[in-house]
Write a protein that binds this ligand. Structure first.
Ligand SMILES: [Fe+2]
Length: 511
């Protein structure tokens, strides 16, 4: 046992008592880029993480605290710096930095950067939300999800970076938990040689942290973070495929063991995303649902359909004749989050209610009236869905944006999908994956079958890409941006389909 004299302890100061060391000099620690998120009218959350050796445990840093200065400027040359501060990168939080900047002007573009140990970070650009009392003409946003690193290159992010956007919504599967071979899966022409630890499925805090580090070393992803503020939520793969609340995918794992894993995953998620300090998890619990206001134009409700859900009905998967999916005791949001959402939707003073969430809400039959339904989606939680759609029927302006499924869909939402003659109560825009699933294709027999048996679907497409949306005062427009390919570098982007829908009489029409 190492014994330190009292004098030696005093020399080391307080940091020795909490298990940290004086900070030694380091090489460039800004290998993971910068990010901003959760925009408010007067504030923004700035993020970075120090990792001079990103693919090593702890990013190659000793267990020391590092001060990190940040600057916010009105221009990208930083001659008009209007806010500065110093944050601390704590080893206990993976040397991440979460700087909560306030005192900014609404609906304004800003630039930011960090400095630590004599190194300057890349520059990020961000934008605050409009004032609460403002009446914005439009909100421009992108919808993205599912970026399996091993399934392809991030050229979709490069194209998204060139769009004109106020904010990016990322709807889950930021990382995938599965083993990665030493050359990074499909990224075969890469010079990448990953450490053997990536061949383990993530379950410890270190493995989850290293997984985020791997993804964030990608320059196209870094550019997309540096170009816009992001609002993120998670789906299943940030923890484990198709987990449900306290229940792991494979029930052979004791529940308590799974909750340890969930705690590791949630902690790494918070550390690696532009989220404010109060969002920090407590053990296996982390409150991620929240609301953002864009003047009187839109309220965005960011939902968490994983943490509080009932275990999937009828053993999960595609099921026909599963009556349990209609059980009113089953919930996708959990009673607390569902009631929070319904209360706010019901007295919304905004023209639009934008529900940013993970899994497809519209009914999606795989075959005729006896066709199978996916128990992992809202189809497996019909009572929760009905309550939200009944609210949408009396509160105009509901738009649901979704991810998870690695396909593009455009859907009219109805309280009863079995009665196509009834009025739509809102629309759902399901965005495809950035890379997950590989190149994909415009149509497949399954997508054709879904279009045939689900008359409320206006589009079903299986390519990669993202959605580009413009929410106006009276209508929304959505452009489905699809990639030529992702398994080789240099994929091009084009608009596969465009739709508009009116606020008061919703229903998707080809634009
Ligand atoms: Fe996914």
């Amino acid at each position: 046992m190492l014994r330190l004299s009292r004098r030696r302890l005093l020399t080391l100061g307080g940091s020795a008592l909490i298990g940290t060391l004086p900070a030694p000099r380091i090489t460039n620690p800004f290998t993971l880029g910068v990010a901003s998120g959760d925009p408010l009218p007067d504030g923004i959350l700035l993020w970075t993480r120090l990792a001079p050796k990103p693919l090593e445990p702890a990013g190659g840093l000793p267990p020391a605290e590092y001060p990190v200065e940040w600057q916010v400027s009105e221009n990208d040359t930083f001659t008009k710096v209007i806010r500065t501060g110093t944050a601390t990168a704590f080893p206990a939080y993976g040397h991440s930095v979460h700087a909560d900047v306030s005192g900014l002007r609404p609906a304004t573009e800003y630039f930011y950067r960090f400095r630590s140990q004599g190194h300057l970070s890349p520059i990020g650009r961000t934008r605050t939300a409009p004032a609460k009392t403002a009446a914005p003409r439009a909100l421009r946003f992108a919808v993205a999800s599912c970026q399996a690193y091993t399934d392809g290159y991030y050229d979709a992010w490069r194209h998204l970076t060139a769009e004109e956007l106020d904010v990016v919504f990322f709807l889950g599967d930021y990382v995938y938990e599965g083993a990665i071979n030493s050359v990074g899966g499909s990224r075969m022409d890469s010079s990448l040689r990953l450490p053997d630890t990536f061949e383990l499925e993530t379950d410890t805090l270190d493995l989850y942290r290293m997984r985020y580090a791997l993804y964030r070393t990608d320059p196209d992803l870094q550019a997309a973070h540096a170009a816009f503020p992001w609002i993120l939520t998670w789906d299943d793969h940030e923890v484990q495929d198709n987990y449900a609340g306290d229940a792991p995918r494979f029930t052979t794992i004791p529940e308590n063991d799974f909750l340890v894993r969930r705690a590791n995953a949630y902690r790494a998620y918070w550390e690696n995303q532009p989220l404010r300090w109060p969002r920090q998890p407590a053990g296996p619990d982390m409150s991620l649902h929240r609301r953002f206001r864009f003047g009187d134009l839109a309220h965005a409700y960011v939902l968490d359909t994983r943490q509080y859900r009932t275990d999937q009905a009828c053993g999960d998967g595609l099921r026909a004749g599963c009556d349990d999916r209609n059980n009113p005791d089953r919930t996708l949001l959990g009673a607390g989050q569902r009631d929070w959402l319904l209360r706010r939707m019901g007295r919304s003073e905004a023209r639009w209610n934008l529900l940013a969430q993970q899994v497809m809400m519209a009914e999606c039959r795989y075959g005729g009236t006896a066709g199978r339904l996916d128990m992992d989606k809202w189809d497996g939680y019909a009572a929760d869905r009905r309550r939200i759609l009944e609210m949408a029927a009396v509160e105009p302006g509901t738009v649901v944006i979704s991810g998870d499924i690695h396909n593009n869909y455009a859907a009219d939402l109805r309280v009863d999908f079995g009665r196509p003659e009834t009025a739509a109560v809102g629309v759902e825009l399901v965005g495809t994956s950035i890379t997950s699933g590989g190149d994909g294709s415009d149509t497949t027999p399954q997508l054709d079958m879904q279009r045939a048996f689900n008359p409320h679907l206006r589009l079903a497409n299986g390519q990669r890409g993202y959605l580009r949306c413009e929410l106006g005062r009276d209508s929304i427009r959505a452009d489905y941006r699809v990639m030529s390919e992702v398994t080789r570098r240099g994929g091009t982007v084009s608009t596969r389909a465009s739709f508009v829908s009116e606020r008061v009489r919703p229903g998707l029409v080809t634009a």
